[in-house]
Design a protein around this ligand. Structure first.
Ligand code: PLP
Length: 384
């Protein structure tokens, strides 16, 4: 199998599995327990917190709170800020956020909040002037992603943070789920107040995430119960998963394979564009402004779902980049916001590479894909 769907989820790294194993067998205590076994678990959690903090460039490990996934981290950040500042009823976000932010912000609108939805250009980039003029005295929160899950386009969070800090009293939340482990991050040098990440996007298991909460930020808890995580997030900690997240962060920090992954991605993207007529990249062509592992490519006149199915049959896993939801056949909100025409958006495929891809994976994909596209295009009802 050739796995080119690393933005959906990643394989648990052997190093991560090895670090987790003792905590799935002999170390089974509750980290809140006062006995020796409990204390051992607690120490493991605190080691993992240090490892996450180091990868994010947090000033202090106490700024990291463990959660169950990226969606929880995003939801908590947004709801937590609004609950702590009930008089402020305005939120700014973008039209291309992941559903974890987008659908929550839609819900907030139903609850009487005013949401400003920043648009993007045809290359998927933000216009920071729009942000400047959207900020108001009653803006509680600005929430943007760092890296788009579908196109890999990066938003300039340093500049956004500066604008938010200089022009308002609002807090700045970043959905960093797709960026962590793929590019360098240094939160202590930024104006980011809250930053969400998810373990399964960087070779930790599914079911663990974290939220960075800058020191002194007051955030109402989201899950109410016991006193875990300094009373910020109740619930018995998932120690094996947290240990796995720590190990994954260590791997991403010291052995991240970024250069190799980027070379493979570039070879794949260049090869597709050279060999397949009517193939085009969705998102900026300036690769420095995109994640190094992602290529979202549209193949005119063919359906992404059909390409996916043919690649799947050949043992190659990709995603349609949410371009076509199986139930609605709607184009993805991200591609719509970028003004990608409907038929182009329908033919979009997201290739997302990772640390276990090889040159042979790219070669095989480049050998099989042109034939698949040619075959599907020949049957296409869209060809003018
Ligand atoms: N934010 C972004 C940008 C994502 O890509 C995802 C998952 O794909 C999430 C949030 C949600 O993360 P999780 O699957 O851990 O809930």
């Amino acid at each position: 199998m050739i796995y080119l769907d690393n933005n959906a989820t990643t394989q648990v790294a052997p190093e991560v599995l090895e670090a987790m194993q003792p905590y799935l067998s002999k170390f089974f205590g509750n980290p809140s327990s006062a006995h020796t076994l409990g204390r051992e678990m607690k120490q493991a959690v605190e080691r993992a917190r240090e490892e996450v903090a180091e990868l994010l460039g947090a000033a202090d490990a106490s700024e990291i709170v463990f959660t169950s996934c990226g969606s929880e981290s995003d939801n908590w950040a947004i709801r937590g800020v609004l609950a702590a500042e009930p008089s402020k009823r305005h939120v700014i976000t973008t039209q291309v956020e992941h559903e974890a932010v987008r659908n929550l912000c839609r819900l907030l609108e139903n609850d009487g909040y005013e949401v400003t939805w920043l648009g993007v250009s045809e290359t998927g980039e933000l216009n920071l002037e729009e942000l400047r003029s959207a900020l108001r005295p009653d803006t509680a929160l600005v929430s943007t992603m760092l890296a788009n899950n579908e196109t890999g386009v990066l938003f300039p969070i340093e500049e956004i943070g500066q604008i938010v800090r200089q022009r308002s009293q609002a807090l700045f939340h970043v959905d960093g789920v797709q960026a962590v482990g793929k590019i360098a991050i240094d939160l202590k040098r930024s104006d980011v107040d809250l930053f969400a990440l998810s373990g399964h996007k960087l070779h930790a298991p599914q079911g663990v995430g974290a939220l960075y909460v800058r020191n002194k930020i007051s955030l109402a808890p989201f899950i109410i119960g016991g006193a875990q995580e300094q009373r910020r997030r109740a619930g018995t900690l998932a120690v094996p998963n947290i240990v796995g997240l720590g190990a994954a962060c260590r791997l991403a920090q010291y052995d991240n394979c970024h250069d190799i992954i980027e070379k493979l991605r570039n070879k794949l993207e260049d090869g597709i564009l050279e060999q397949i007529p009517n193939a085009r990249v969705n998102g900026t062509r300036d690769r420095a402004k995109r994640l190094p592992n992602t290529s979202n490519i549209s193949f005119d006149y063919v359906e992404g779902q059909n390409i996916l199915a043919h690649l799947d049959e050949a043992g190659i896993c990709v995603s349609t980049g949410s371009a076509c939801h199986s139930t609605t056949h709607e184009s993805s909100a991200t591609l719509r916001a970028m003004n990608v025409p409907y038929t182009t958006a329908q033919g979009s495929i997201r290739f997302s590479l990772g640390r276990y891809n090889t040159d042979a994976d790219v070669e095989t994909t480049l050998r099989l894909l042109p034939e698949i596209i040619e075959k599907l295009a020949a049957m296409s009802p869209y060809i003018p």
